[in-house]
Design a protein around this ligand. Structure first.
Ligand code: F6R
Length: 606
């Protein structure tokens, strides 16, 4: 999830663009870059301030493009920072997204003599436009032809030195907003950098391309048909625009879950063969085939993702798995060897306890792997190989979309390791198809958010909650409880439903509700027995159940429904209503959901 911003008009483009990047900074901070046809390109590693320090005095222009990078392909170096150009230095591009077919496009372009300066997928776009400009002198038309060759996801802006006042924006799966001012135009990944100049905007739809000059704008479909769209007036302020109109980043990030699953899966499923293609693991594929034991390490939410991953991997990939808290693993003299893989799960890639667990694994000769969201982070660099989640930056302190992407990555890893072992193509195909269907199913859950808000309000006075789950939803119970306690400061406990009778049941009374995660799976009947035991002690029950299960209402006071899916993927659906419940519960209490007290987003201390 990078930030893109472009300007054409009569003001000093350098200043407008740098100013705009500052309000987009939450979208990425790996590197920043700016280009104007008059003064050229300047790039810097790190945040916008580093770029500002590098801008020479007298840097100017009346149009230009700018970018903040959240790395997906290629390390977060200055070389890989956008904007990127073609061989001639005339065609420039900034891009947010992933070009799935970049490898084949790059190979074909190299055969035609193009030379590349970066390791990014983005750079192919400028070279493709250059290629089309050989037979099509009109920049707009050449750009549309190039865009038509791309597969994947993009929000992008193109600029051509020989048509300098025109900026071309395009959208497919990554947001793009056009701003229309008096004698000036803008393109950005959200409205926040535009609002200080104009409130008149056009939101591009997927597959649309916009050609903008200071006094005109036209929108086309990918097959060059003109689109007639009335501009809208935005009432939001800049901070709300950063959150796409949501009150909190946490809510925005929960709502991003369908897109996040698409991004984690993008280009990685070979459905017909029932296989997962994980480029980051290819180089260690032989070692992984020989691995006899996998130890997953993580902290907090990432640890719970690992616990769910364990169930997926043992049942479907047939590999023995242990899951450990980073903070315990490193101090307890684990026995490791070269037939063991230590897999770190981490959103930030910087969590000190997880990092030290990786180092302990290395010291003892294990292969080290990562499921990491932040490209180029310490853990991504120090592990031997890994899978990036592609969830985009997570700003809310409570992890939501990162967990969804971690679980999706575990499903992919299960297919990858499973097909190396006993998993049949038929089984692989069943998982692949179920994964592909997840985004729409999550969308259906998100549609129930108003009902979940009402539920959270109904229980807002309660001071204690129990979360119950079994098998695949065992760890979801702990995650649901963690979400509630960290943003609401009420007592919430996760418990394996079968464990209640061994102690926790003593706490239950009519003021102590239990949230029972009870999809229609292989342990459903056991869950119902556990629920009845709680009900017998007058404990209120809120159930998470599979759509169509009306019978659950006999045992539960309230129900949140999730669509049906294969058992191993139920956690990816069941965790969403729990995230929404925690969010609305904390909001009802008037708490700062995005910045819970005492907590930090990245825990780089032990
Ligand atoms: C909870 C939460 C934390 C993190 C944990 C690990 O909502 O966000 O429990 O999951 O601190 O962080 P990463 O994934 O960055 O290693």
């Amino acid at each position: 999830m990078c930030g893109i911003f472009a300007y054409t008009g009569s003001k000093n483009a350098g200043e407008v663009l740098l100013d705009g990047l500052t309000s987009l900074e939450y979208r990425g901070y790996d590197s920043a870059g700016v280009f104007t046809p008059e003064s050229g390109v300047v790039k810097a590693k790190g945040a916008v301030n580093n770029l500002k320090r590098k801008i020479p005095s007298g840097y100017y222009g009346t149009s230009g493009i700018a970018h903040l990078r959240w790395a997906t392909h290629g390390e977060p170096t200055e070389e890989n920072a956008h904007p990127h150009c073609d061989c001639s230095g005339d065609v420039w591009v900034v891009h947010n997204g992933i070009i799935e077919n970049f490898k084949e496009l790059k190979d074909a372009l190299m055969k035609k003599g193009h030379s590349f300066q970066s390791a990014t997928d983005t750079e192919v776009i400028s070279h493709l436009v250059e290629e089309h400009l050989k037979s099509e002198t009109n920049f707009e038309k050449a750009a549309i032809k190039a865009i038509n060759e791309l597969r994947g996801a993009y929000g992008m802006v193109l600029q051509y030195k020989k048509d300098p006042s025109r900026i071309i924006g395009a959208r497919l799966g990554a947001p793009v907003v056009i701003g229309l001012g008096e004698g000036e135009g803008f393109v950005a990944s959200d409205a926040s950098p535009i609002l200080r100049h104009t409130r008149t905007v056009v939101f591009l739809n997927d597959g649309e391309i916009a050609s903008i000059t200071p006094h005109s704008h036209e929108i086309f479909t990918r097959d060059s048909k003109k689109v007639d769209r009335t501009p809208e007036e935005i009432e939001w302020d800049e901070a709300i625009a950063q959150r796409d109109g949501y009150e909190h980043f946490m809510m925005k990030e929960i709502m991003e879950a369908p897109e996040v699953v698409r991004n984690t899966l993008r280009g990685r499923l070979i459905v017909e063969e029932g296989r997962a293609k994980l480029g980051g693991l290819e180089q260690v594929a032989d070692e992984l085939q020989a691995v006899k034991r996998l130890i997953i390490v993580g902290c907090g939410t990432a640890y719970y993702a690992g616990l769910t991953g364990e169930y997926m991997l043992e049942e479907h990939a047939g590999i023995p798995v242990e899951v450990e808290l980073g903070s315990e693993f490193r101090y307890r003299s684990p026995i490791l060897d070269e037939k063991t893989a230590v897999l770190a799960v981490t959103q930030s890639g910087e969590t000190a306890d997880t990092l030290e667990a990786v180092r302990e694994g290395k010291r003892k000769g294990a292969i080290t792997l990562g499921i990491v969201n932040t490209v180029g982070s310490t853990i991504a660099r120090e592990t031997d190989a890994g899978v990036y989640n592609h969830a985009g930056p997570e700003i809310g302190v409570a992890s939501t979309k990162a967990l969804v992407s971690q679980l999706t990555a575990f499903a992919l890893l299960t297919m990858f390791l499973g097909r190396q072992r006993s998993m049949t193509a038929t089984e692989g195909k069943e998982i692949a198809e179920a994964l592909q269907a997840l985004p729409e199913k999550i969308e259906k859950i998100l549609e129930q958010k108003d009902a979940i808000e009402k539920l959270a309000k109904k229980y807002a006075k309660c001071r204690d909650f129990m979360y119950l789950g079994r098998k695949y939803n065992y760890a979801v119970a702990f995650e649901g409880a963690l979400k509630l306690k960290e943003i609401s400061y009420v007592h919430a406990e996760g418990c394996g439903a079968g464990e209640m009778k061994h102690g926790p049941l003593a706490m239950i009374d009519e003021n102590f509700p239990s949230i029972a995660i009870a999809p229609s799976d292989s342990v459903y009947d056991k869950m119902i027995s556990n629920i009845q035991v709680v009900r017998a002690r007058k404990g209120p029950i809120i159930a998470v159940a599979t759509e169509g299960n009306e019978g659950i209402k006999e045992y539960a006071d309230d129900v949140m429904y999730i669509p049906d899916t294969i058992e191993m993927l139920t956690p990816i659906l069941s965790v969403i209503p729990l995230q929404l419940f925690a969010y609305y519960f904390a909001k009802e209490k008037g708490l700062n959901v995005d910045r819970p007290r005492n907590l930090a987003k990245s825990v780089t201390v032990e």
